[in-house]
Design a binder for this molecule. Structure first.
Ligand code: NAP
Length: 288
């Protein structure tokens, strides 16, 4: 975390935190190998969407960098439902595969929910299987979704305990908003979830000691709404003419917040790091 001049927020450096998480995972992987277990992640990419190909390529590269086995499967966009489900079944059975990641979105005609539900929940390192979502809701151990886990790790970097804080989450998606809200609740924050029907977003945010923005709308969170000293985590990743921007008005929010994440370089790098961490967790559970 870099301190900036007084009156300005400290910027939480997601790249540095992600590097720290990867280093931790590398050590855990080395320890597992001494016990005869080499954690392995299978990545499945269906179709030729260029952005998805880059994401999957990065995941495979980082996997190898930290010493885990990476098994890449590239299937044509014409792949049928039965063929994809058969691959998932095979990966569920393989002992050398501890984590399975099916890159979303899938081409039209393939049902992502059906494919995710076919993954063995013990290998669901994206944390999207209903069994793992249910465990999060129940507060029992399970694989947690990667981006929300990354958000929590960045909050922890501030050294501030979420217990008792007023936390405001903007966004209620199954991928980000809802799981982040549940994780904050698990850590005893008092959580408000906002969405497009929220009557007065500014009023809600201005009460937040901790704000997580996951709306996918540039400028959805105005700087003037931020409570002085608040922790602001910006999940938003929006491609604009000015480049990649978050949901929070960064410059204005930085004048009021205590801590803030930049975009890019905040939550973004955390997602893959937490995916690696989940794969190591899945392998450790099997090694017991
Ligand atoms: P999503 O499925 O589109 O959900 C957006 C949520 O925000 C919805 O619940 C929506 O409310 C709410 N919302 C949208 N505009 C709003 C506004 N002006 N005021 C209040 N609430 C608003 O998006 P997502 O998948 O959760 O992703 C959110 C953002 O995070 C995107 O920019 C995405 O690219 C980014 N993201 C980044 C990472 C990463 O960094 N690794 C990972 C995942 C997502 P309704 O429910 O009422 O429609």
């Amino acid at each position: 975390m870099a301190d900036t001049e007084s009156g300005r927020a400290r910027v939480i450096d997601g790249k540095a935190v992600a590097a720290k998480v990867r280093a931790e995972v590398r050590e855990r992987v080395a320890a597992l190998k001494t016990r005869g277990v080499e954690p392995g992640l299978a990545t499945v990419l269906v179709g030729d969407d260029p952005a998805s190909a880059i994401y999957v390529g990065n995941k495979e590269r980082i996997c190898r960098e930290i010493g885990m086995a990476s098994f890449g499967f590239r299937l044509p966009a014409t792949t049928g439902r039965a063929e994809l489900l058969a691959l998932v079944d095979e990966l569920n059975r393989r002992d050398d595969v501890h984590g399975i990641l099916v890159q979303l979105p899938l081409p039209a005609g393939l049902d992502a929910n059906e494919v995710i539900e076919r993954i063995d929940p013990a290998k669901d390192v994206d944390g999207l299987h209903p069994a793992n979502q249910g465990r999060l809701l129940a507060g029992t151990p399970g694989l947690r979704p990667c981006t929300p886990s990354g958000v929590m790790r960045l909050v922890d970097e501030t050294g501030v305990d979420p217990k008792g804080l007023q936390a405001v989450v903007v966004g209620r998606s199954l991928l980000v908003g809802k799981p982040v809200a549940l994780m904050l609740l698990e850590r005893h924050a008092t959580v408000t979830i906002c969405h497009t029907r929220t009557r007065d977003l500014g009023a809600e945010i201005s009460r937040g000691d901790l704000v997580v923005a996951a709306a996918g709308k540039p400028g959805a969170v105005r700087g003037e709404w931020i409570k002085p000293g608040a922790i602001v985590i910006d999940v938003g990743t929006n491609r604009t003419e000015a480049g990649l921007v978050g949901d929070v008005e960064f410059a204005a929010a930085s004048l009021r917040a205590g801590w803030i994440t930049p975009v890019p370089g905040g939550v973004g790098p955390m997602t893959i790091a937490m995916l690696m961490s989940n794969t190591a967790d899945a392998a450790s559970r099997r090694a017991r």
